[in-house]
Design a protein around this ligand. Structure first.
Ligand code: B12
Ligand code: SF4
Ligand code: SF4
Length: 378
């Protein structure tokens, strides 16, 4: 199986026992008590940690790893007047769920040819198991301080998937952890979301915030920068990823215009166009609203006055209050007479309380007109 893996499009494969994940269960309980969950995890901790609850008499779990690119060849420039946002590397190329499911079904077919009474159940991300805990147990890599599984061969630029089976395969040995005294990821995290080695407060994590649909607190909006989906900072700074860029998986290669898109056209992109452009990628699972809201935030963070008429359009016309309120924030952040006029024009027409509040807060930032102008011109 290990020899055949490459021919099946799998970059690394290993075997974990199907025994319960008892220490993980304690860890997940603590994580919940601290309020550090994202809400995207499987809620049932028994199902998360006991393979036998998911599969009749499991004998082993086969873990697979697929490596993805980290460098954007031919990246278009983000310039004044044509600012761009960025999708995290985990959302470049085709949706990894589909790619890994494809590899797992190829693997299943390969195994069935040799073991006709194979029983198998595969999962990627949305299954009950912790993909990272399975990968760690199967010797794919170590569980690092930035929470990622780092493989010695591919770094952390990898997706994880697994297959529970009735095959009594010998388990692999775990890989030795080599973070050592390094703390680069913890130091670089813009929001302090890595509250300790391998401990994430998801509520503070930009990757999580970019995937929410509601209003984002002021401080967080500033820190999102121009991220439209996900966050790669704690992996980009990792010395284990230095020089690692994987271009061999055809479906995972990025289209630079899609993954570093112009922000202004995103603001008015309809549902159909969004599905055409982003429907086949991993960033579209929450629909277009989070990405459009993040585009509004990014334009505010660029403080580019040429975006003002477009943001004024969102504030005046977008039916979604989250988008209007965020546009008010961005106009306040950009500043200048045109932004102020747009806010004053929208104020008397607005009926939704959160937007009324956002407009008032944005207008209040114009109180100190002199300072605002200086910041703007600077
Ligand atoms: C919910 C979720 C998120 C949440 C929360 C992430 C988190 N760290 O908990 C949010 C939205 C923030 C997120 C972000 C990202 N995610 Co995500 N996410 C998941 C999901 C669905 C569940 C993760 C989970 O349960 N977390 C709870 C924590 C507590 O458990 P765990 O990480 O699963 O398990 C580890 C810990 O428990 C730790 N541990 C065990 N015991 C103990 C004891 C102590 C004391 C400590 C400190 C730790 C510890 O070891 C376990 C194994 O590593 C998984 C898919 C899956 N089904 O597992 C993908 C998954 C983890 N995500 C993935 C990716 C790629 C990302 C991002 C890089 C995407 C991006 N670029 O924005 C970021 C990385 C953020 C980060 N630093 O972790 C990949 C990870 C690949 C890899 N190489 O590790 C996964 C596995 C999806 C996949 N199938 O490929 N994600
Ligand atoms: S993904 Fe970004 S915000 Fe989340 S822990 Fe890593 S660096 Fe911090
Ligand atoms: S940056 Fe350093 S501490 Fe963080 S995951 Fe990489 S090696 Fe480990």
């Amino acid at each position: 199986m290990k020899e055949a893996a490459r021919s099946l499009g799998i970059d690394k494969i290993g075997v974990a026992s199907a025994a319960p994940f008892t220490t993980l269960k304690q860890r997940l309980l603590r994580h919940r008590e601290l309020g550090h969950e994202s809400g995207f995890e499987e809620a049932d901790l028994e199902r998360r940690t006991e393979p036998a609850l998911l599969f009749d008499n499991p004998q082993s779990i086969i873990a697979i790893v697929i490596a993805y690119p980290s460098k954007l060849q031919g990246a278009p420039k983000s310039e004044p007047g044509s600012r761009r946002g960025i999708l995290s590397r985990s959302a470049w190329g085709d949706d990894y769920h589909a790619v890994l499911r494809d590899r797992l079904s190829r693997l299943e077919a390969w195994l069935r040819e040799r073991v006709p009474d194979l029983r198998a159940e595969s999962m990627v991300d949305t299954g009950a198991l912790s993909d990272r805990a399975v990968a760690e147990r199967a010797g794919m890599g170590w569980s690092a301080k930035n929470c990622s599984i780092i493989t010695p061969e591919w770094g952390s630029w990898v997706y994880l998937g697994e297959m529970i089976t009735n095959l009594p395969l010998p388990p692999d040995e775990p890989v030795t952890e080599t973070c050592g005294s390094c703390t680069a990821c913890i130091d670089a995290c813009p929001t302090g979301a890595l509250v300790g080695p391998g401990q994430l407060n998801s509520q503070l994590c930009i990757s999580f915030i970019t995937q929410t649909k509601g209003l984002v607190p002021d401080e967080m909006m500033r820190k999102i920068g121009n991220r439209l989906y996900g966050c790669d900072t704690c992996q980009v700074v990792c010395p284990e990823n230095r020089g690692k860029n994987w271009t061999h998986q055809p479906e995972l290669q990025p289209d630079p215009e899609k993954v570093k898109p112009l922000l202004v056209p995103l603001l008015t992109m309809g549902n159909r166009a969004f599905k055409e452009v982003y429907g086949s990628g991993a960033a579209s699972w929450r629909g277009r609203k989070p990405i459009q809201r993040n585009a509004v935030i990014a334009l505010g963070n660029f403080k580019d006055a040429s975006a003002v008429p477009h943001l004024a359009g969102v504030l005046g016309e977008d039916p979604r209050f989250e988008l209007r309120a965020t546009a008010a924030w961005s106009l306040g952040r950009i500043g200048g007479e045109a932004a102020k006029a747009a806010l004053e024009k929208a104020a008397p027409r607005e009926r939704e309380e959160p937007v009324i509040e956002a407009i008032a807060a944005a207008l209040a930032t114009f109180g100190n007109g002199q300072a605002k102008e200086e910041e703007h011109n600077g």
